[in-house]
Design a protein around this ligand. Structure first.
Ligand code: ADP
Ligand code: MG
Length: 351
């Protein structure tokens, strides 16, 4: 049983706040992803859980033990980093075996455990090679195997895929997801890549400047972003956002008029997703009517971008749709696909 509780955990250096009141319970066997831009406090949060950094305030509980004063080696956690941290002079087998030696695990069990971990990440053929003789993807799999072999209570993974090329990232991502499913180990995974977060997580924590912005399942975060920061971070492309005025349920901004909304009269930020909107048959009477700024062929869709409400707004059209730049296009943006946010705080306005 390895539930992890972070109770109002803070990290300060002088007057600088790296992590501010992080308060969350991570369920046993949960796959939790910390997501946010560079510098938002993801690694610091992770390092406090691992014991590599002291919390300035708050309590960290793993299982039923408060671990604030426990050494990293006594926390039963295995970490995987962006830089693989392999020993260059040891072959793959010895690299994977190393944590068992350090922890003085009964040597009679080593071979079986190493072979099982190697099999899980498909490294059996490479056991005799040195790290220098491996590709980036293979090295990262050695790092994963070295974490697995310990059979820890908790996995911490800090941007483990960021050194891999795009294709390898996708396949290794799938492997990590499957591995976590097999091993059923509580996992905290750090990334700045929202697609990684959405594809891997049971729950996502979106962070900004040390502060949690939203905690939810990928679907919750995508469907109901708590504020404009989350809305603008999740999705590819991220949600379209524009400022305008709401009066009597009608939102207006330059080139935009959307009826049938509910919300308080006054300035608001309106958002909608490119994939929820569509190109309308005619520019007349469409919610957005504007000249095309650019058209991009994505393969599975054609992305149309216009200037509206003082922002660039993108809509995904059918993959066969074609239009010229500067031609006027009508975009269908019905009220039911729209999200409203407070213009100043960015907080979601509940309908
Ligand atoms: N030892 C330190 N002393 C002072 N500031 C630090 C230290 N370590 C990290 N920071 C700052 O804390 C913030 C969060 O860092 P970090 O957790 O590494 O962000 P992330 O992993 O989300 O990119 C950053 O602004 C970083 O510069
Ligand atoms: Mg980091």
């Amino acid at each position: 049983m390895a539930e992890i509780q972070l109770k109002n955990v803070c990290k300060r250096w002088g007057s600088f706040i790296g992590v501010d009141n992080f308060d969350l319970t991570i369920a046993d066997r949960e796959f939790l992803v910390l997501l946010g831009p560079s510098g938002c406090g993801k690694t610091t949060t992770m390092r406090m859980i691992a014991g590599l950094e002291d919390a300035t305030d708050g309590e960290i509980v793993i299982g039923d033990r408060v671990v604030n004063d426990l050494d990293p080696k006594d926390r039963d956690i295995a970490m995987v980093f962006q830089s693989y941290g392999l020993y260059p002079n040891m072959n793959v087998y010895e690299n994977i075996r190393f944590p068992l030696k350090v922890r003085k695990v009964d040597p009679a069990t080593h071979n079986e455990r190493v072979m099982r971990a190697a099999a899980m990440v498909e490294l059996e053929e490479f056991l005799h090679r040195k790290p220098a003789e491996l590709s980036g993807g293979q090295r990262q799999r050695v790092a994963l195997a070295r974490a697995i072999v310990r059979e820890p209570n908790v996995f911490l993974m800090d941007e483990p895929l960021s050194n891999l090329d795009a294709k390898l990232r996708v396949s290794t991502r799938a492997q990590i997801k499957n591995l976590q499913h097999e091993l059923k180990v509580t996992t905290i995974y750090v990334t700045h890549d929202q697609i990684e977060a959405m594809t891997l997580a049971d729950r996502v924590v979106v962070m900004k400047r040390g502060v949690i912005q939203q905690v939810g399942t990928p679907t919750e975060i995508y469907d109901r972003p708590a504020n404009t920061f989350v809305a603008g971070f999740i999705g590819s492309p991220a949600m379209n956002l524009m400022d305008g005025t709401l009066a009597g349920g009608v939102f207006t901004a330059s080139n935009v008029r959307i009826e049938g909304l509910s919300g308080p009269d006054g300035p608001v930020t309106l958002g909608f997703r490119a994939e929820d909107a569509s190109v309308s048959a005619s520019a007349d009477g469409a919610e957005i009517s504007a000249p095309v700024y650019t058209m991009e062929l994505l393969g599975d869709a054609t992305m149309i971008t216009v200037r509206a409400g003082g922002a660039m707004v993108s809509v995904k059209a059918h993959k066969d749709y074609r239009i010229e730049i500067d031609e006027t296009v009508g975009l269908s943006v019905p009220a039911h696909i729209c999200h409203l946010f407070h213009k100043d705080t960015g907080a979601r306005l509940e309908a």
